[in-house]
Design a protein around this ligand. Sequence first.
Ligand SMILES: [Zn+2]
Length: 376
Amino acid sequence: MSELEALLADMVRIDSSNPGLSGGPGEAAFAAHLAGLMGRLGLDVDLWDVLPGRPNVVGRLPGSGGGRSLMLIGHLDVVGPWGPDAFTPVVREGRMYGRGAADMKCGFAAALLAVEALLAGGRRLPGDVLVAGVIDEEWESAGAAALPARWRPDAAVLVECTGLEVVAEHGGFAWYEVESHGVEAAGVDPDHGVDGIALLAPVLAGITALDAELARRLRARYGRGSVHASTIRGGDQLPAYPARCTLGVERCFISGENVAQGQAEMESLLAAAREADSRFRGELRTVVAREPLEQSEGEPVIAAVAAATAAVLGRPPVVRGDIGWADSGLLVEAGIPVATCGPIGHGEHTADEWVDLASVAATARVLERAARAFCA
Ligand SMILES: [Zn+2]
């Protein structure tokens, strides 16, 4: 087994499932494992709890002074396992299979190999190189939200799988819950019962109509804005009017759209339901809302990483957008520019998750090269 394979396999074996999603054990064991690896490389390690028992970790390779600092960053958590073998890595035909292999323990393996290569080069770079692991990306991104108050690098590379392309902009999203209140009564008592489920119908019809309208509007290069119902819960038994119904809704934003616009759209859907039937009593709750991210391709960290991919792969760089939101959104909002670039991976959040091992090695070379250019 190669050094890279062994390094990544040890990471995949540690269950760092997000407790918010699946009641998993959380990130502490994996953060401690990374802290140990970074300590052995000689980095200064900062490990601190963001939520009780859920630490972020940052390792710092100090520069000789005067250069820009670059943070190689990833999220420590994974989504819950698909079965008992999810955390047993399997290597087949140059790929490693396992929960977290692609999303995104491969990014940490690449970052550590890059630091190792920088150290092997001997001479220190002028700027600091940092490696950061943050908690909770798969739920509310508490780790990325807490990071800038403690660490403010000049720029960051988020080492998520992008097929060694550079993602400079991405979509945003919001999750809403609409709670419709009815009046519980026996089904044979229509004078007292109020049907909290059926009164939501205009909201559902409005979601369908809004999505059709969004489909007609301008697209971003990476996709279109959209809205859909995600979950619905309501009612206790067949022979009764339901006291409540809760509808979950997801809105995906592209550049040019924003969180305030999504909020206004949802409020107008509730207003339409009230107009359709004055008995409708609904409340809107925003669970999470994240703005879409725009950055210029000329941003120095994006240019540095793009040039590094071109040099390592021997082909022109690809700089693009992605519909999926990532922690880069929070970092850029905090004033830290981010290039997202990482290995070739597939099947994130499914039982068929794998990462191409050669592309992890290539990512390490890209990160090393980008750091040499950026931290000069
Ligand atoms: Zn991820």
